[in-house]
Design a protein. Sequence first.
Length: 195
Amino acid sequence: MAKIDRSGRAPEVTRLDGLPFNLEQWIAREMPGDMGSVGNKEVFKHSDFIFMIVKGPNARNDYHLDPYDEIFYQLKGTIQVGLIGADGHPTVAEVHEGEVLLVSANTPHSPRRPPGTLGLVVERPRVSGEQDGIVWYCDRCGKKLHEVFLLCEDIETQLKATLDAFNADQDLRTCKACGDVLPDPAVTPPWKKTA
């Protein structure tokens, strides 16, 4: 039998390789309390997949543009995922406990997670030079308010910092077309609204 070289693997992955563990216990230990605006934590950091648990409530009203497909599996509760279709029209997918949702690459999507919800999201790590996009739209007229593209090397910290910076800037949240102000999602919970 051929020997498999795993010498280049991150120690965090090598330590867990081939060892089953209880995911619920991991969540209780690694994700206690409120997780803030995003609420995500990678289970197998530095593996060939981004395999993360996402805990509600979140404080997001942005739309994410992932250069790859994303798979959402809802472990507990129901979430709503706002989607902007190829035709530019918004829709909402309600994902119930036990259901799975595929979001195709480069589809603007906005997961809205109420308190007490838990989900599993699977993504592909980005290769050098690939960027994630974050876009905000006006709730009233649908015009694009702002967009940011970033090299997302640490999804747990970079996404949160970008969202928090936008939400702290009322000028960025103010629509130049109609004057409406996108609410700060920490004040107006986005999971109470639909797209």
